[in-house]
Design a protein around this ligand. Structure first.
Ligand code: 5AD
Ligand code: FES
Length: 350
């Protein structure tokens, strides 16, 4: 059986694509040796494209207020135990200034869907101010779903990239993870609009989200192949105690590493973060993510005082730490595995 999976991995490496049945076969039958086989190949591909370098992006989690009620997420609007906070424009700018001192050249502005307080017009002003102080930096937005005119305004204000995970490419699965008012079609529409507007677009899914099957994961891989995002953010599902999914099992660490490797083999140049969730499920998750083909790490630049409040899932790492500590930590962790952090915007290169 395993020889068969290894041949499918070879085929993926060569053709950068598989058909649905082949993806399902992989996810149903892979074992540790197949996973290691894929990781070695994926690491070689990543080293071929990026050398032994990783890019860093600093995330500023500026508001945990969210109008949505996704069943998996700790900052869903129904979670009355979440202590809500919002940073001022000045707070956001000073997080970026501090990040700049530490070598960050990409700032990711991330929040819940909090448009009442942070409409596109306000975000546009913030982007312009960041770009004025740091013209050599990229600004990435992770603000959730918006309308075309908002995306356009933000792009014109200077935003370079947008992260919006598709979460799952299967409609029936999407509807199991989200309340009825959330629309699979609208999310997909946002993703195509972002592409059309010339953003570098990041999307992705959780691994082991409740009800996920090999077939759904196969659909995710097919979607990623067709959509060709510039970045893929993927980490394990981790339950949060104040959500409807509190008793659902966490995703598999090993499967997450395997999916990272398969993404690298499918889209060799894609930007692939070893996510915070991967670092949460295993203390060496981010290192092993890089060794499995990832090339980006996204530490937090948020003020330590609010970090614990941006709890998407239980046990999130780095919530006691300051920017300086995460910076040291990441540089040391990468050095230990023979990689170096590059001080650069780290744009997607076609
Ligand atoms: N476990 C893992 N990832 C989560 N996200 C949200 N909640 C969880 C969770 N419980 C991810 C989603 C979202 C991103 C910001 O965080 O994929 O798009
Ligand atoms: Fe934050 Fe290690 S990256 S403490």
């Amino acid at each position: 059986m395993s020889e068969r999976i290894k041949r499918l991995i070879d085929k993926l490496e060569e053709n950068h694509t598989l058909v649905k049945e082949e993806w399902v076969e992989i996810f149903d039958n892979y074992d540790d040796s197949d996973r290691e086989y894929a990781a070695e190949k994926a690491r070689a591909v990543a080293v071929g494209v990026f050398g032994n370098k990783v890019y860093i992006r600093g995330i500023v989690e500026f508001s945990n207020v969210c109008k949505n009620d996704c069943y998996y997420c700790g900052i869903r609007c129904s979670n009355s135990n979440a202590q809500r906070y919002r940073l001022t424009d000045e707070d956001i700018l000073s997080c970026c200034d501090e990040g700049y001192e530490y070598g960050f050249r990409t700032f990711v502005l991330q929040s819940g869907e909090d448009y009442k307080e942070y409409p596109a017009s306000r975000m546009a002003e913030i982007i312009k101010r960041i770009k004025a102080s740091h013209p050599d930096c990229a600004v990435t937005l992770s603000l959730g779903e918006m309308e075309y005119d908002d995306f356009k305004l933000l792009k014109e204000a200077g935003a370079d990239r947008y992260l919006l995970r598709h979460e799952t490419a299967t409609r029936e699965h999407y509807e199991m993870l989200h309340p009825k008012v959330m629309s699979f079609d609208h999310r997909m529409q946002c993703l195509s609009q972002l592409m059309e507007l010339g953003y570098q677009v990041g999307t992705g899914m959780m691994i082991g989200s409740p009800f996920q099957t090999s077939e759904y994961l196969a659909n995710d891989m097919l979607f990623l192949h067709d959509f060709k995002p510039h970045m893929i953010g993927t980490g394990p599902f981790l339950p949060h105690k104040d959500t409807p999914f509190k008793d659902k099992p966490k995703g598999s660490y090993e499967l997450t590493l395997f999916v990272l490797s398969l993404c690298r083999l499918m889209l060799p140049r894609v930007l692939l973060p070893a996510t915070t969730a991967l670092g949460t499920i295993n203390p060496l998750g981010r290192e092993n993510g890089v060794l499995a083909g990832a090339n980006v790490i996204m530490p937090n630049l948020s003020p330590t005082a609010v970090r614990k409040k941006y709890m998407l899932y239980d046990g999130k790492i780095c919530t006691e730490d300051a920017t300086s500590e995460c910076r040291q930590c990441i540089f040391a962790r990468m050095k230990r595995i023979g990689y170096e952090v590059e001080i650069t915007r780290g744009d997607y290169k076609p």
